[in-house]
Design a protein around this ligand. Sequence first.
Ligand SMILES: Nc1ncnc2c1ncn2[C@@H]1O[C@H](COP(=O)(O)OP(=O)(O)OP(=O)(O)O)[C@@H](O)[C@H]1O
Ligand SMILES: [Mg+2]
Length: 258
Amino acid sequence: MSGKSVAVRIENLGKTFDRPVLSGLTLDIHQGETFVVLGQSGTGKSVLLKILIGLLPPDSGNVEVMGESITQASDERRREIRRRFGMLFQTAALFDSLTVFENVGFSLIESGMPPVEIRERVSSRLALVLLSGVEDKYPAALSGGMRKRVGLARAIASEPPILLYDEPTTGLDPVTSAVINRLIRRVQRELSVTSIVVTHDMVSASYVGDRMGLLHEGRMRFVGSPADFESCADPIVRQFIRGEAAGPLSEQWKEDES
Ligand SMILES: Nc1ncnc2c1ncn2[C@@H]1O[C@H](COP(=O)(O)OP(=O)(O)OP(=O)(O)O)[C@@H](O)[C@H]1O
Ligand SMILES: [Mg+2]
């Protein structure tokens, strides 16, 4: 990976609420990779995502997005830099009163793109997430997994170079999770995006991740490939893997491996 250009550079990040959440977090996310941030509940994964997109200021440290500091930018500049990110929220967060077409095309309509181009873009994005032809439906008529895919289509509608996924498979059944995992890989491949996936689902992490990092006590305890994680002897890493891989999801892992 040496020599790869850096999409997001995280330097010495610190954030304290009633207790320290991030302390000295340093990490480079490479252009075009899918990086998975693992960590137990409450370790600061969502706080990290909010700092990356400039919604939350860190107490110390710096975040550079494609070479430009979002941490030190003016409010106006920060909003501009934020547009480089597409986000898939945990709840999909669709507008219930808008159709799928309006949901996916929302930012394009706002940007003043010609309607013909918006139609084309929305339909190509829906095709990418394997949901062609649902443009006129309302979110209430869709299953949870379909809503998640519409959320993904919306996140990639404006062609952002960096995608953030907050717990993309949490709360989904194993079959639907596997569909979402394949789509994350497909989107990365076809759109050449950089992706950051926050999850505590080890199955998903191993499937989608080029590299993964375990957030522990405010910094990256271990960073490496899925295989590196598998063979890592650090007791904190082992404990996390054992804890997360135990249970019904490990069955799905076996299926995916075969
Ligand atoms: N705005 C806030 N004000 C005060 N404390 C906060 C705020 N946001 C987050 N925290 C605290 O920071 C810690 C990390 O929260 P965060 O939501 O990042 O955890 P997480 O790793 O995303 O957990 P989960 O896996 O459950 O989503 C928690 O202790 C949380 O209570
Ligand atoms: Mg969270």
